[in-house]
Every structure is written in C-alpha cells, then in structure tokens.
Design a protein around this ligand. Structure first.
Ligand code: PGA
Length: 242
C-alpha cells in the first residue's frame, strides 16, 4: 500500500522530505541514498544544504545513486543530471566524489554501463532510501508507460510527452536527448524505503492513478503499491484527485 502525506505547500513538502533523509543519515551515517532530478526535489536539496550548514548534518560517509541520466550529454552540460546534482546538492555538502554514482550517458558501451551500475548498487549493500519524482504520465525515473515491472537499469527511449515536458529546459525540442539510462522498476523496488514527491495540479492525475488505480505497466508508479515502505509526499494541488 502507498502511504500519502498531504502537505500545504511546496516548502512543507521539501522540508518533510529533507527531514526524513536527514533521519536516515543520522541513524546510519554510511547510508546509501537514491536521488532524483527534475524541478520537484530542488527545495528538498536546498533544505539538506541548510541542514548541513546550520546543523552540521554530514554526508561524508554516504553513498549516492541517481535514478537516471540522458544519453549523449556530457557531465558539464547544464541539462545533464550530473550537472544538476552537483549544482543543486553535491557542491554544497560534504559528500565524497568517489561515493557519488550517476549513470554515464556517454559510455561507449551503454549496455555494459547499465550492468556496471546495477552491480555498483548491489556492491553498496542496496539503497536505503530512494527519492522519486513522478511524470505527468506516471513515469518514475525514465521508466515510461509500458515499462515492465521486472525491468532493471537499461537504455530507454523517451516518450514524446516527456521530451516535450523537459524541452522547457532546452533551447528547442530538437536538443532534448531521445534516450536515457534509467534504473528499472525492479531496481527501484529493491530500495528499502521510497519517498515520492509530487507538487502541483499537473501531477494530480498521475498521483491519483498510482495511489487509487489498478496496478498497471501503463502507470509505472502504480508498481509502488507492492512496496513495503513507500510514502508519497504531495501538496494539496497534487492531491486534489485523491
Ligand atoms: P519534475 O519531473 O519534478 O520536473 O516535475 C518529475 C519527473 O518527471 O519524474
């Protein structure tokens, strides 16, 4: 079952998520954290930076795994998820470079890169807490509708809607990469704990389908119904159809 925490604002959503991440790190300083990109978790990362600066929350022993990365964008490209993570979190806390894992979308052998990524997650002991966003089409990571629930880290083709949604960050739709590497749904489901964040009316339908609708590959987030410890933190707008 998916538990849902409805909050009043984006600020509250960000704080609730950050405090839960901080609790995990406090109780297990070498925790393995799964991070997501997109506009939604930015406030949560800002709050983590504040907790690091003001309260001395330390990430020095933490390992991190990001959900996904575009194929073909170099790490210094402002729209790459490498760039995003360093800009929005890693440059501002004491996480160690060698404990940061983000799929390499420039790998010559992308299949081998996907296998390597799965192996690295396994070697770390598994993800203690995975943060997720949700797409308007119900995607998690870049697992678009139709992604099998037993899928693992792999190269995927982005849906037209996702490319369109993300084109707001690029100069034109043509510049949005067509493919990405993403953890699979089965990879995500192996995280010991999952927190999904959703803000705004545009996400209301996807949230309602995931929480109240049937389990179906057409709504990738509906797979989370089977997770033993999954919490959605959503603001009122995103919760409006629940
Ligand atoms: P967003 O993206 O946070 O930018 O809305 C979420 C997602 O597509 O997973």
């Amino acid at each position: 079952m998916i538990r849902v925490l409805i909050v009043r604002s984006y600020e509250e959503l960000s704080l609730e998520a950050a405090l839960r991440i901080a609790d995990v790190v406090k109780s297990k300083p070498d925790a393995v954290l799964g991070f997501a990109t997109g506009s939604t978790p930015i406030g949560c990362y800002r709050e983590l930076i504040r907790l690091h600066r003001v309260e001395g929350l330390s990430f020095s022993r933490v390992s991190t795994f990001n959900l996904d990365e575009y194929v073909g964008l170099p790490p210094e490209h402002p729209q790459s998820y490498h760039y995003y993570m360093f800009q929005n979190l890693f440059n501002h806390v004491d996480v160690e470079r060698e404990k940061i894992h983000i799929p390499n979308g420039l790998a010559e052998d992308l299949e081998a890169e996907c296998r390597r990524y799965e192996e690295a997650i396994k070697q770390s002991g598994g993800i203690d807490l995975q943060i997720l966003g949700i797409g308007r089409n119900g995607h998690i990571g870049f697992n678009e509708p139709g992604s099998p629930f037993d899928s693992r880290t792999r190269v995927v083709k982005l849906s037209d809607q996702t490319r369109m949604d993300n084109s707001r960050f690029f100069k034109s739709l043509d510049e949005v990469p067509t493919h990405a590497i993403t953890m699979g749904i089965a990879t995500i489901m192996e995280a010991k704990r999952i927190i999904l964040l959703a803000s705004g009316e545009a996400k209301a339908e996807a949230v309602a389908k995931a929480v109240k609708g049937p389990k179906t590959v057409m709504v990738p987030a509906s797979a989370l119904k089977d997770h033993p410890d999954c919490l959605f933190i959503v603001d009122r707008e995103a919760a409006s159809l629940l």
